[in-house]
Design a protein around this ligand. Structure first.
Ligand SMILES: Cc1cc2nc3c(=O)[nH]c(=O)nc-3n(C[C@H](O)[C@H](O)[C@H](O)COP(=O)(O)OP(=O)(O)OC[C@H]3O[C@@H](n4cnc5c(N)ncnc54)[C@H](O)[C@@H]3O)c2cc1C
Length: 402
């Protein structure tokens, strides 16, 4: 494993850094989290700018419109965009990070030609319809059915926690096509057009009060068989391809953001008077907490580099991805709690009430509530621990009753 940057990687970083410095000051302010249509417009406009500047799909193969760059260059891209506080991938998350890559591996030539360029240009937003009310961690329990009728599947059922469903054009959908088969064998991966008759989107409110995700009600929705990705009843395998993309890269930008937040916490503590006539930063215990969290973030960054290095060598860092997901999301919650401790009363308000130093830090408050979801989304902490126990430590498999 050689982690020293090559000349090409150094040049890529310099070019990108210069471009970001030029472009970011010209962007309009980001919309509020709860204004999904505005967020779609903002996120897709940013994607279009990346595309025009030649930074769309950094790690996608060039024959599919990407840069065909190395995983290290993808890491540099994520690192520099997060460091410069460029817009987050947002509404483009599912399309860019897992639907697109899944189509590259498993899609037909027509599906790729239809969707990949539009995803890269920010013209097509996707959502993920995997989870159901009784099928989350135990995804193979899903019940939404698809019955073949001529050249269509007729889909009926319910999906839940579908992020960005309100503004998505397509959904990567898992359905049960053979109810008689063993659970993992009767599932199929379909491309669902969100404007098809019979698709109903019912927004759900999050703890932060935003309408980030929805329930999908699917009532006799006709999906052309040409929208199937991979063979019928082979959707579990295709979903595992999708997951390998999701867990590998999902949180990389957030690690850089953790550093930014820790800096803000330190700044707030330095500016906040304490009862002894000094500032909160005089408290050695607080400084120790900040130092410990920074050390953990640095450790997580080293783990990312190791995972990326393994991925470049053709290995799938399953265990590294689970260790990372587990430790990162729990670390992020501790950082958010520390922010709450420093902000004091202001951390109870979501409307940007000024902290003791007089500055409003509503985003840190919102972040504190939002991090609760990090240990659930994309596989809960308990599930990551199961994966590590069984696959990394070789402990006996969890008993299964179904
Ligand atoms: C912010 C956010 C966005 C999301 N976006 C999407 C999306 O766009 N599309 C989508 O399809 N899904 C999405 N999800 C759903 C997410 O994938 C599920 O919430 C997750 O897989 C957990 O499933 P569940 O909610 O059904 O919980 P359950 O599976 O019911 O789990 C409940 C609790 O039991 C624990 N548990 C379950 N099984 C075991 C076990 N075998 N051993 C030990 N503990 C266990 C879990 O860890 C958890 O603590 C999102 C979730 C969140 C929070």
């Amino acid at each position: 494993m050689d982690l020293r940057p090559t000349d090409r990687e150094i040049a890529f970083r310099d070019r990108l850094r210069a471009w970001l410095a030029e472009v970011l000051p010209t962007l309009p302010p980001a919309p509020r989290r709860d204004d999904l249509p505005a967020r779609r417009r903002y996120d897709t406009a940013w994607q279009r700018r990346l595309f025009d500047a030649g930074y769309a799909g950094v790690d996608w193969p060039s024959e599919h419109g990407g840069l065909g760059a190395s995983p290290t260059e993808q890491l540099i891209f994520l690192e520099e965009t997060a460091r410069a506080r460029a817009p987050y991938v947002g509404a483009n998350f599912v399309g860019l990070l897992h639907a697109g890559p899944t189509l590259i591996v498993e899609g037909t030539a027509e599906q790729r030609a239809r969707h990949l360029p539009r995803i890269l240009r920010g013209e097509e937003v996707w959502c993920q319809g995997f989870s159901e009310p009784d099928a989350g961690s135990d995804l193979a329990a899903l019940r939404t059915s698809a019955v073949r009728d001529g050249d269509c599947y007729v889909v009926t059922g319910r999906k839940i926690w579908t992020s960005h469903a309100e503004v998505a054009d397509h959904c990567e959908l898992l359905v049960r096509t053979d109810p008689g088969a063993p659970r993992h064998k009767g599932i199929t991966w379909l491309i669902l057009p969100m404007d098809a008759p019979g698709v109903r989107v019912r927004p759900l409110r999050t703890a932060v009060g935003t309408g980030e995700f929805s329930e999908l009600v699917l009532d006799g929705v006709r999906v052309p068989a040409s929208h199937r990705v991979g063979p019928e009843n082979d959707g579990w395998r295709v979903a595992m391809v999708t997951f390998s993309f999701e867990r590998g890269t999902a949180f990389i930008g957030d690690v850089i953001e953790s550093r930014n937040i820790l800096r803000e916490i330190a700044a707030a503590a330095r500016a906040t008077p304490d009862r002894g006539g000094g500032t909160l930063w005089d408290d050695a215990a607080l400084r120790r907490d900040v130092g410990r969290l920074i050390a953990e973030v640095n450790g997580l960054w080293a783990l990312i580099r190791k995972n990326v290095s393994e991925a470049s060598a053709g290995m799938v860092p399953v265990q590294g991805a689970s260790v990372f997901k587990l430790r990162f999301t729990e670390n992020r919650q501790r950082i958010a709690d520390l922010a709450g401790h420093v902000l004091g009363r202001a951390s109870l308000a979501l409307d940007g009430l000024p902290g003791p130093d007089g500055r409003a830090r509503g985003h840190l408050v919102e972040d504190r509530v939002n991090t609760l979801s990090f240990t659930i989304a994309a596989g809960t902490s308990q599930i990551q621990r199961n994966i590590l126990a069984e696959r990394a430590l070789g402990l006996p498999k969890e008993p299964r009753w179904t």
